[in-house]
Write a protein that binds this ligand. Structure first.
Ligand SMILES: [Zn+2]
Length: 435
């Protein structure tokens, strides 16, 4: 029987609608089954409103979905408030942008952090977080989320900037983030997790912020990492000694030319011939010196590894191969018996993972630097929510999607599917079409 054009059109609409709807519902199904997202995580988080009419979890479900769809603002979220998804997901209509901002400003962030810990525990138990070159590795770094000359709050840091109009006070927020760097799973990319973040407070330096974060994390899950990677800023004796006291190792960039240790190894580089090595496609010359005692403020002798790397890049202008070199020096508490030179160099380079897979992705794709509400509590809360959304999203892509579906698609593809689902539903309501 020949179908009428009308019925054919309806069928195809129904089919494409169910296909585009599938992804967000599947992500939520996974979140509930593996992590108990609603009951085990979100329902246990509270806020400080005296007599809340709307449960905290309702607001959190809205912001988690906003991040998954990469909508970029609470106002953009409001534009898809008519999607029938919200009734299914939060059991009521979506609350206003104002309410969402207010709830997040008063959120008890400890509950969000327990939720991040819960995700880590489940993934660890499910063997989703294997060792990285034989170790449990984490990386830590600071990140400035935004700056403004006009808007400020009680949590703002301030600095003087010299401008064409003279000296001006600039307000900004900065946080320290801790990311877990597990090894890759068979045929899959590593599943990197955002474990925690801590706002830098007015008047303190970044290392003090990092120590507050690490004190909290190591009290809650003392075995989460045994090696911590960090930038040269963290080559500070109190940082090293804190980690040694907790039975942890540290590997950081050594770039402070004023430090005796730096000056001593510069002398050794002149005297001792390097060993040849290879990092990815790069020809390297490696130096590896152990038992160095020229930084007596650190409680153990230290090891310095240098990698002088040569590689070719094609010039965009001339299209010819141009040889480049990069020179890396790291200082670590780990002896070579526990981490050979080759692995130490690989670990040194992994310090960039928090930039490439953490901050860059969070800012450019997840809109994590957007000021959803300019309030110290809200900024901290939204960063923790985006961390939760990031971890669940990446676990779903890496562990649940079949390779033939997953391969060849950038992760933004999946985010756009989620947004498409919400916009399509809101659009159908707008034009009076059946849902
Ligand atoms: Zn502020």
């Amino acid at each position: 029987m020949k179908r009428s054009p009308n019925s054919n059109g309806n069928d195809s609409k129904k089919a494409s609608s169910s296909k585009t709807r599938a992804f967000l519902r599947r992500l939520i199904g996974y979140s509930e089954k593996i992590f108990g997202l609603s009951d085990e995580i979100l329902a246990k988080i509270s806020d400080r409103r005296p007599a809340p009419r709307i449960p905290t979890a309702v607001s959190l479900k809205a912001s988690v979905a906003m991040f998954w769809a990469r909508l970029g603002s609470l106002n953009a979220l409001e534009t898809v408030s008519s999607a029938r998804f919200w009734q299914e997901w939060i059991g009521r209509t979506l609350c206003s942008a104002d309410t969402l901002g207010r709830v997040h400003a008063q959120l008890n962030c400890d509950g969000m952090r327990s939720g991040l810990h819960h995700i880590y525990e489940r993934l660890k138990r499910n063997k989703g977080l294997p060792l990285n070159l034989g170790r449990d590795v984490a990386v830590l770094d600071g990140h400035e989320s935004h700056a403004s000359y006009r808007r400020h709050c009680r949590g703002c840091l301030r600095r003087i900037i010299t401008t064409e109009r003279g000296e001006r006070v600039q307000f900004y927020h900065r946080n320290v983030t801790l990311m877990l760097l597990p090894g890759p799973l068979p045929d899959r990319a590593p599943l990197r997790l955002l474990l925690d973040e801590e706002p830098q407070r007015p008047g303190e330096d970044e290392v003090a912020t990092a120590l507050r974060l690490l004190t909290r994390v190591l009290a809650a899950y003392p075995r989460v990492f045994d090696l911590l990677l960090a930038d040269g800023l963290y080559a500070k004796a109190p940082f090293f000694n804190f980690l040694l006291h907790h039975g942890k190792h540290v590997l950081v960039v050594l770039k402070d030319e004023r430090r005796n240790l730096y000056q001593d190894v510069q002398g050794l580089f002149q005297l001792v011939p390097p060993q040849p090595g290879r990092y990815r496609q790069r020809e390297c010359r490696w130096w590896d010196f152990a038992d160095l005692v020229s930084w007596p403020q650190v409680k153990v002798p230290l090891r310095v590894v240098r990698s002088l790397e040569t590689y070719s890049v094609r010039s965009q202008l001339t299209k010819e191969l141009v040889q480049q070199t990069s020179d890396w020096i790291w200082v670590t508490t780990l002896p070579s018996a526990q981490l050979c030179t080759e692995r130490a160099v690989a670990m040194g380079h992994q310090r960039w993972d928090i930039e490439n897979h953490g901050f860059n992705e969070l800012v450019n794709e997840w809109h994590a630097d957007h000021v959803y509400k300019h309030d110290a509590g809200a900024i901290e809360a939204f960063l923790l929510v985006v961390s939760l959304a990031y971890n669940i999203f990446h676990a779903f892509i890496a562990l649940n999607l079949k390779p033939q579906i997953r391969l060849g698609k950038p992760q933004i593809f999946w985010a756009r599917l989620i947004a498409a689902e919400l916009y399509a539903e809101a659009g159908r309501i707008l034009f009076g079409l059946p849902p």
